[in-house]
Design a protein around this ligand. Structure first.
Ligand code: BEZ
Ligand code: FE2
Length: 406
């Protein structure tokens, strides 16, 4: 048994003072420290100084580890310019990130308080590092391919990766699937992969309405994607219609990444179907895509998660950086309210999306926790969520399933 005592606990439903938490793999008890010491006299005690705060570990629902070698090789500012640079550079970027490089990215995420992540795997090169990661991992085997002539080959390759990942399935490594996007996965291929996921109870993630180009291409067959598809893939019509694509996910709550250009009707369906929107503000900013309207997603009651995306469209996998960016991107929302919502997005909401019994400091929940130190001169308890984001680069301590990490 371990006991952790901090000045505050952000559960993350509310802020609690004067309590300590006893846990093994799961949280066992929440009481004042003296009571817990009496109840569990042989427990190891972790006691933190004034203005320390315990909160759930962060859950980064969307990262592309295979692209972790990128620093400045890709072109930012416009989605199609970026996509073309990915296609041009991926043959050197992907092999440049060997297992050591992927392990380093995983370690950096751990140091920055990420206790669970959702890895989008394009090739399966990140499978073993994810299997061996200290964190919980939802491993999304991705399928891509807009050309129907190649669908069978691509589906079989995808299925092979899914089957391999299922051999490693355990409580901390959960196989899942990803449909790259409605513009890049032919509707027949998308349906086949989604049906397979439904039959096998696998979680599904997809990029959706990331760019203006995607909106225009799927709606009208025009815009920046038109020359891209005509010249690069010899295609003149989109692989999906947005509405039909959304229908494929009916009855299966899934992760919809970006949704910056999703329209009112699509957002309503996403809400009604209990899907999650995964918000990646840094990636959206760097690729010239704009920002999700968080007022609208909240109004529609949509479950919101926040993620870093990969180093192919970010400078860091530290989720504190992402939350800070979100705080400044959504400048019209009250900063304290927004910080609280963002911390929930990266904990309890993300746990719901990934169907993992964690993301809150609550008796019975998996003990995935982090301790941060707030400034000594903290004055207003209500403002703790904002000060956590402003003053933390990395936590002082991380626990995953009750195991301690520095
Ligand atoms: C494809 O493989 O068909 C594809 C990849 C990236 C963007 C669009 C299409
Ligand atoms: Fe992504």
């Amino acid at each position: 048994m371990k006991i952790v005592k901090t000045d505050f606990i952000l559960t993350p439903h509310k802020i609690v003072s004067g309590k300590a938490v006893a846990f093994k793999e799961r949280v066992v008890d929440i009481e004042d420290l003296e009571t817990l010491k009496k109840k569990y006299p042989s427990a190891t005690i972790f006691e933190y100084e004034k203005n320390s705060c315990l909160l759930p570990g962060f859950i980064n629902t969307h990262v592309h580890l295979e692209f972790s070698a990128n620093r400045a090789a890709l072109a930012y500012g416009n989605f199609l310019i970026w996509l073309n640079s990915v296609i041009k550079k991926r043959e050197e970027l992907v092999p440049n990130c060997d297992r050591k490089c992927i392990q380093k990215a995983i370690k950096n995420m751990l140091k920055s308080g990420t206790t669970t992540f959702g890895a989008i795997s394009s090739y399966g090169y990140d499978m073993i590092p994810c299997v061996n990661a200290p964190q919980r991992v939802v491993y999304f085997n991705e399928v891509i391919g807009s050309n129907p002539a190649a669908a069978d080959v691509l589906y079989n390759d995808f299925l092979q990766r899914v089957k391999e990942s299922k051999e490693y399935a355990d409580k901390k490594f959960i196989p899942a699937i990803a449909i790259h996007s409605p513009y890049s996965v032919h509707r027949v291929l998308a349906k086949k992969a989604i049906d397979f996921a439904k039959e096998n109870g696998l979680l599904i993630s997809t990029h959706f309405m990331e760019s203006r180009a995607e909106r225009e291409w799927l709606d009208k067959g025009v815009g920046d994607f038109k020359p891209f598809f005509e010249e690069f893939l010899n295609q003149s019509i989109p692989a999906n219609r947005a509405k039909d694509f959304l229908t494929l996910f009916e009855g299966t709550p899934s992760l919809f990444v970006h949704c910056v250009w999703a329209n009112e009707k699509e957002l309503e369906i996403i809400g009604k179907e209990k899907h999650t929107i995964v918000h990646c503000p840094v990636s959206n900013r760097l690729l010239g895509n704009g920002a999700v309207d968080l007022g609208k997603t909240k109004y529609l009651g949509i479950n919101l998660a926040v993620a870093t995306d990969g180093l192919s469209s970010n400078y860091s996998l530290n989720i504190y950086e992402e939350l800070k960016a979100a705080l400044f991107v959504h400048y019209h929302i009250d900063p304290v309210t927004l910080s609280f919502d963002l911390i929930r997005a990266a904990t309890i909401n993300a746990a719901k999306a990934l169907k993992i019994d964690t993301g809150e400091v609550e008796i019975g929940k998996l003990a995935d926790l982090q301790v941060v130190k707030l400034p000594k001169d903290l004055d207003t308890i209500d403002q703790i969520p904002l000060h956590i984001l402003l003053h933390t680069q990395k936590p002082d301590k991380v626990f995953i399933g009750g195991e301690s990490y520095e």
